[in-house]
Design a protein around this ligand. Sequence first.
Ligand code: MG
Length: 251
Amino acid sequence: MSVTIKSEHEIELMREAGHLLEKVHDGLIPYIKPGVSTKEIDRIGEDMIRSMGCTPNFLNYGGFPASFCISINDEVVHGIPSEDKIIKDGDLVKIDAGLIYKGYHSDAARTYAVGEVSEEARTLMEVTRECFFEGVKAARAGNHLNDICKAVGAHAAKYHFGIVRDLVGHGIGTHLHEDPEIPNFPMKRRGVRLLPGMTLAIEPMINLGRADVAWMDDDWTVVTMDGSLSAHYENTILITDGEPEILTLTK
Ligand code: MG
């Protein structure tokens, strides 16, 4: 599949898909607290998505058994919500979510610190978020895909954090995952030329320790090999003639 260029009408639908997803993320914040199970957050979030007339796009994607990916501490991404996973004080909780509005997908992830976390955990969260914004600065028509990859990776490298290489960002539109793949580190090639109307999910996944990750026996949960903390931050963005537009961050 080649990289799709969205029409003005499609962009309107993606803006709404993004705006609704931002509301879901914001609506979940009060529940990210000690004593709440990740399954409960999944249930509440799924209800929100469905009450908006939308569909959770992660549910049954490749067999994924829930609407949200909720990953804690050394879990990088794709944590499966469970009644047995109870949020504790000091946890780093990553909520990755997406929805379909009138056939168009949005995708965004946030990392939250529950109560007091270490100074280095807070730095990791902040730098991961900053990595996304460094990538966005390079997400301009006329640049190439690798300009985004280089910008994201260079910022994380300044802090000597581990940049996850086994998972990458992606194009998004009528499918959750479209071309191109968007690594969070420099590629050998320049990659596609960025054009107005491209919609991309940029999603740095950064570890406090080494970059290596492993898959757990549930076939989904990705964890850091060295057990170090991991952070994730993602938005769906639109390439324009000028400033890139962040579709899942509208405030
Ligand atoms: Mg994504």
